[in-house]
Write a protein that binds this ligand. Structure first.
Ligand SMILES: [Fe+2]
Length: 372
């Protein structure tokens, strides 16, 4: 409970102490959710301060593994490196990463390693990026974060983790040599267009091949990140053990991030659906051990996530156990019942085995809009 100045910032919060007028008349009942009408009433009676509970969030804060400033700095640096390749391509030069840009990628790598080292719990939230043109840069950073976590969980040596992360940061750099209208095309690609886009691993390899500062592992990742265990991948159609494990780490993380991010041609897939798709793929195409490691490394529904339960109720994740992150504790909300009362009930999905999370919803968007 906190006392708060009456302003638009309390919209959506719940009144926890009844509010009286200066003549002692009750103005607002305890439990009322503050909408525009309630706010207008408070202001017209010159009420300055009310006791509220941010009922939607309680004391739950949505955390991200990489704080926004570090994320922004990383994406900006990757954008510079990638755009430089696109620029060289437009000039008709054979594009190569210059030494100072390799340095820039190494700096991003150190920043990510350092930030992840300081994170004290298993937590990762995918940050949506709606601007399609920025997608490739952000995606490469996300995949590097996931790859670092997965490689760490698989007990890779720090030197190898560095090389894997460098490969992940640059894995789609070849896309800068593919016509951008194909990369950003809203809608399905024709067979011919798809073949063009599928050249990006080889083009990326060409960009990095002659650069001695980029380690061999990273170059292999750039070249082979679309290979699949059953031989259905590209460019070489390698099978099973022909694909090195460090490449397979980036492949799984790449697929996971691509599926859970908004793209120009489709909305993002809910995380639980991405998990299902990956699980199905895992049977023939991706390494099940890596899949299991990734899914136990990331938190699918971090605290603060809006979730929809299988019985249709909506709620917010309040907590979870590392051993069972897909069955967290959920603060279930009952909105819009009599007198605007907002009931909050906490349930533990570890005990409610018949319930499951069927969808997610955007808490921030809801707080801003739904109660106006
Ligand atoms: Fe790719």
């Amino acid at each position: 409970m906190q006392s708060t100045q009456v302003s638009t910032s309390i919209l959506g919060n719940q009144i926890v102490e009844p509010v009286y007028s200066e003549h002692g008349m009750m103005l607002i009942k305890k439990g009322t959710v503050i909408n525009n009408d309630v706010l207008a009433k408070l202001l017209s009676h010159n009420v300055d301060v009310v006791y509220v509970l941010n009922a939607l969030k309680g004391n739950v804060e949505k955390k991200s593994m990489i704080p926004e400033p570090q994320m922004e700095k990383s994406v900006k640096a990757i954008k510079r490196v990638f755009d430089d390749i696109m620029h060289q391509e437009k000039l008709g030069v054979k594009a190569v990463i210059p030494y100072e840009n390799v340095k820039l990628v190494e700096e991003v790598l150190e920043l990510l390693l350092e930030t992840l080292e300081q994170a004290d719990e298993i937590l990762y939230t995918v940050v949506d990026l709606l601007q399609s043109d920025a997608y490739t840069y952000k995606h490469n950073v996300n995949v590097a974060i996931l790859s670092i976590l997965t490689a760490k969980a698989l007990d890779y040596k720090i030197e190898d983790i560095r090389h894997i992360a460098l490969g992940a940061l640059l894995h789609d750099i070849g896309k800068m040599r593919v016509p951008q209208e194909l990369i950003n095309k809203p809608g399905a690609l024709t067979l011919e267009e798809r073949r063009e886009v599928e050249k990006h691993p080889e083009l990326g390899y060409e960009i990095t091949e002659s650069v001695s500062q980029i380690p061999y592992l990273a170059k292999q990742i750039i070249r082979l990140h679309h290979e699949k265990l059953d031989g259905s991948g590209y460019p070489l159609g390698l099978k099973g053990i022909e694909i090195p494990e460090y490449v397979k780490i980036v492949t799984v993380c790449d697929m996971y991030d691509a599926m859970t991010t908004n793209r120009i041609y489709r909305g993002k897939m809910p995380i639980y659906r991405a998990m299902d798709v990956l699980m199905t793929e895992a049977v023939y195409k991706i390494d099940p051990k890596i899949y299991r490691t990734l899914t136990s490394t990331i938190c699918i529904f971090p605290p603060g996530s809006g979730v929809v339960l299988s019985d249709g109720r909506v709620g917010i994740v309040s907590n979870y156990r590392n051993a069972n992150p897909s069955r967290p504790r959920v603060r279930v909300l009952n909105l819009g019942s009599i007198n605007n009362y907002l009931e909050v009930e906490e349930i533990n999905l570890e005990n409610e085995r018949t319930l499951f999370i069927k969808d997610t919803w955007d808490v921030e968007l809801f707080s801003e809009m739904a109660l106006k």
